[in-house]
Design a protein around this ligand. Structure first.
Ligand SMILES: [Zn+2]
Length: 120
């Protein structure tokens, strides 16, 4: 985060920063979370609730391959067959609901369904 951007965020959200204890606790939890890749994004995330600041860890190629084989190349949503390059790994339980970036929480979706699911 550059200083300027941080200042903008601070001015926008400073009035909501009343419960410092809760923020301290959440910060400690996020620092300890292996799935949070960008620790420098923790404050911007707390201010904006935009998960993109945290760089939530993506599934590894190894996990993607295993899950793809387990699903026999079939998309969980549309039930059609795809090449692994046409699919994307998805958190079954979203990270913000406590889901981890581990194989058992991974499903492979075709790109169209993944885009629809994540609302992008
Ligand atoms: Zn699909």
């Amino acid at each position: 985060m550059k200083g300027v951007e941080w200042g903008v965020l601070y001015n926008r959200f400073k009035d909501t920063l009343y419960d410092t204890k809760a923020i301290e606790e959440e910060t400690a939890k996020l620092i300890a979370d292996d799935d949070v890749d960008k620790k420098s994004g923790i404050y911007p995330y707390i201010l904006t609730r935009d998960e993109r600041y945290l760089g939530i860890r993506a599934f590894s190629d190894n996990m993607r391959q295993k899950v793809y084989e387990r699903q026999n190349g079939v998309c969980v949503i549309c039930k059609k067959n795809f090449d692994i390059l046409e699919m994307e790994a998805d958190h079954i339980t979203p990270w913000r609901e406590g889901g981890k970036t581990i194989e058992s929480n991974c499903q492979m979706l075709c790109k169209d369904d993944n885009r629809r699911k994540s609302g992008k």
